[in-house]
Write a protein that binds this ligand. Structure first.
Ligand code: GLC
Length: 420
């Protein structure tokens, strides 16, 4: 089986993902106990032996996978991705090849199994995050040339655990590899060291419909820009993952006051949808398994917005370059598209009149999704759409969406050589 997703070939398998546009990733594990992010073991150089004792304290009394799934559903998210194992090597599942797991530890529970069950019961697509690297192996830090034995033990473990994850939990929709980088090895070489080709063909054999990311060193099905929303070249599927907090800490961080606002989060989601990509937003549950309120509040607000404006996000197609002229450059906002509909997301409300340049198509109608009102439109010969009689204040405090029905698919009006 060839590794790279090709447009037009794998469409059926990829369809749900390309329509979903909004997903949740959950970083949760032993590191959550310390409250200083998921890199704490490495950053603070905590010896593996000392760190391993956290497994005796990890007893998440209030963990209820259903709560996580319901929160994602409320927010309008279509899939969830759980860290089955992060870089510290601690498994949230039962592994025959490692005793370092929530099943062997004090919790005595297979959280991956509970998570999968909750997703299945609530009709949520199921994703696994898995870190290839495991900091507990000296050979990881020393590199495959200096300590080949330890390095290859780590690789063997990864292959065996992925086999377990792909065999023991029924149908899995999505796999997010992480931690593929290897000290001293160029990024373009890493696939060889992880034996990624062999690994991915094993995964696909066990899970023929699965969607796999690009972090094992092979392109596979989709790209994974991190903390930025940057579209991949046309024809390539992509998903931006991002934290709600300011710095790149994905695991629970006890005190991190600078969270992104609902407005910012919606703008990122819209920007992803506008480029035909997905937005994967992270939550970091507390050690007891509950989700900090400040995340919950934001997700619920986004959900409210999605209930009205979701049609502008789900199944969005990449907006053609240059469409909407300077509008597209973002003075008032951004647009998303689907078939012959364009959704103007007005982030910076202009008042009673909105001028949208750069539209070649005839515009048949305009509708405010929030109120259902149909404002008047005029179109000029030089590609401007003028929307009149809008309310003075934005009807939606986050992002008011005006749907334009066009004749045909959106086409940009080209101003080149036309004087003002
Ligand atoms: C980075 C980090 C990791 C996080 C991931 C999410 O690779 O190492 O902690 O899980 O990004 O994309």
């Amino acid at each position: 089986m060839s590794a790279q997703y090709k447009e037009g070939r794998d469409e059926e398998r990829m369809r749900w993902f390309q329509r979903a546009r909004f997903g949740m990733v959950i970083h949760w594990g032993l590191y959550s106990l310390l409250g200083r992010g998921e890199w704490v073991m490495y950053v603070e150089r905590i010896p593996a032996e000392e760190y391993s004792h956290l497994a005796e304290e990890f007893r998440p009394s209030r963990f209820d996978a259903k709560e996580w799934v319901l929160l994602a559903k409320q927010a309008g998210m279509k899939y969830i991705v759980l860290t089955t194992r992060h870089h510290d090597g601690f498994c949230l599942f039962d592994s025959k090849v490692s005793k370092f797991s929530s099943v062997a530890g004090a919790a005595g529970r297979d959280f991956v199994a509970e998570y999968v069950e909750a997703c299945r019961n609530l009709d949520m697509r199921i994703g696994f995050y898995y870190s290839l690297l495991d900091w507990r192996f000296p050979g990881y830090h020393q590199g495959p040339e200096k300590n080949p034995e330890s390095f290859s033990q780590m690789v063997e473990q990864a292959h065996a655990q992925l086999k377990e994850l792909m065999s023991n939990y029924g149908k899995i929709d999505y796999l997010f590899y992480d931690g593929g980088w290897i000290p001293g090895i160029e990024q373009k070489e890493i696939a060889k060291y992880w034996r990624a080709k062999e690994l991915n063909s094993m995964v696909r054999k066990l899970q023929p419909k699965i969607i796999i990311n690009n972090r094992s060193g092979l392109p596979e099905d989709y790209d994974t820009p991190e903390q930025v929303v940057t579209p991949s070249p046309a024809g390539r599927t992509w998903e931006s993952c991002m934290t709600i907090g300011d710095f790149c800490t994905w695991g629970y961080t006890r005190y991190n006051p600078n969270l992104k606002s609902v407005t910012q989060l919606i703008q990122y989601l819209v920007t992803a949808a506008s480029g035909g990509g997905n937005y994967l937003l992270n939550i970091a549950p507390k050690p007891d398994g509950t989700v900090p309120e400040r995340y919950g509040e934001r997700l619920n607000e986004i959900g409210e917005w999605m209930r009205i404006n979701g049609e502008s996000i789900y199944g969005s197609e990449r907006i053609p370059a240059g469409f909407g002229g300077s509008w597209g450059a973002g003075i008032l906002g951004a647009s998303t598209a689907k078939g012959n509909k364009v959704y103007l997301h007005i982030f910076r409300w202009p008042g009673e009149t909105a001028v949208i340049p750069g539209i070649k198509n005839k515009v048949l109608s305009a509708t405010l999704l929030k109120t259902g009102r149909k404002p008047k439109i005029e179109q000029t010969a030089n590609g401007k759409v003028i929307i009149k009689g809008l309310p003075k204040e934005p009807p939606d405090k986050y992002d008011t969406v005006i749907m334009l029905e066009l004749r045909g698919k959106p086409e940009p009006f080209n101003y080149e050589g036309i004087p003002l």
